[in-house]
Design a protein around this ligand. Structure first.
Ligand code: FMN
Length: 324
């Protein structure tokens, strides 16, 4: 059993999860603590974003917090050692001790790589890190790399996913194993039609799921901290992220697994995401504002919700608010 957190077992894209709560991308950007997050009650983790080339990211300060809003604004800009050094570091960790929970890798794009060559960046990183991940997330939704979010448009995303699928299939063949699940992470700032188009592309490319959502450049509140540029996360993102999950679940008839992320900080916000159609969850900001006890509290609360509503398991509760 994962230390300190009651099990809420579930299964998605062929992987078993002892509980649905994952560490959202960006907290363990360098993948330095792969084996430790489960001790904080996480059922899975996503490390990165990692880019093909190492880069420093944006100048500091680049992360801001508003305790008044339970919100963060960041403009980190994919600071990370790059895929080559990352592969070395992960190999060292794996030789000693590895996570017992599923490990996802968040793929970003190097700032120096033009959008026209984006597929080489994503697929190149995937190739180098393939052996370390249980799943990959293609992140085309960070607001902090110039023009990155343009890669969500049909033909650009199509090119990136084609390249990633090819690396994935080849690595599976060489190792005599199966291709790994590839998910697409989406921005909450897209229009309804754009959100649907991303889902359609992801489905056409055989993706395993969608991560909804990344941070937003919208600003629901006004004060000094909230006026910083960058991506907003935490409580002010909660409603919009849930709305996006609702839309994606309805559009895909519940056939595409959705990872719900954005403003989850307690059982109510987690249950709301599951009701909207999320099969798995992630959080980042709540670790900052609530501390690591948040995972245990949510998992305990989810078991209470399942019992109270008469669901046998978490999977049965997914999308429940579409049925009531
Ligand atoms: C400092 C910081 C860095 C982040 N870095 C990444 C990243 O590299 N890749 C990514 O896909 N999302 C990144 N995110 C977004 C989170 O993974 C998540 O989608 C967002 O914070 C919403 O969840 P939350 O409200 O629980 O924080 C980052 C968020 C923060 C606060």
């Amino acid at each position: 059993m994962i230390y300190g957190s009651p099990p809420v077992p579930t299964e998605s894209f062929g992987l078993q999860f002892e509980n649905p709560i994952g560490l959202a991308a960006g907290m363990d950007k360098k993948g330095e603590n792969v084996q430790n997050w489960e001790h904080l009650g996480f059922g899975w983790i996503e490390i990165g974003g990692i880019t093909l080339h190492g880069q420093d990211g944006n100048p500091k300060p680049r992360m801001f917090r508003s305790t008044k809003h339970n919100a963060l604004i960041n403009r980190m800009g994919f600071n990370n050692p790059g895929s080559e050094l990352m592969a070395e570091s992960l190999a060292k960790q794996k030789a000693k001790k590895w996570a017992s929970i599923p490990v996802g890798i968040n793929l970003g794009k190097s700032k120096i790589t033009p959008n026209e060559e984006a597929e080489q960046d994503y697929a190149g990183t995937m190739e180098r890190l393939w052996g370390f991940a249980d799943l990959f997330v293609v992140n085309v939704s960070s607001p902090n790399t110039p023009n990155l979010r343009e890669l969500q448009s049909g033909s650009e995303l199509d090119r990136i996913l084609t390249a990633c699928n090819s690396v994935n299939a080849n690595a599976a063949k060489v190792t005599g194993t199966s291709p790994k699940p590839i998910l697409v992470k989406i921005s909450p700032d897209l229009s309804d039609d754009q959100l649907k188009a991303v889902a359609d592309t992801a489905i056409a490319q055989g993706c395993a799921g969608i991560v909804a959502t990344n941070t937003t450049t919208a600003r629901p509140g006004e004060d000094k901290v909230m006026n910083q540029s960058g991506g907003l996360s935490g409580k002010p993102l909660r409603n919009r992220s849930t709305e996006v999950i609702h839309l994606l679940y309805a559009h895909t008839n519940g056939n595409m697994p959705i990872v719900g992320v954005g403003g989850i900080s307690d059982v109510e916000s987690a249950w709301e995401k599951i009701g909207a159609g999320a099969s798995l969850l992630q959080l980042y900001s709540a670790m900052v504002f609530e501390g690591p006890g948040v995972n245990k509290a949510i998992n305990k609360g989810l078991n209470g919700k399942l019992k109270a509503h008469g669901y046998r398991c978490l999977a049965d509760a997914v999308g429940h608010s579409h049925r009531s």
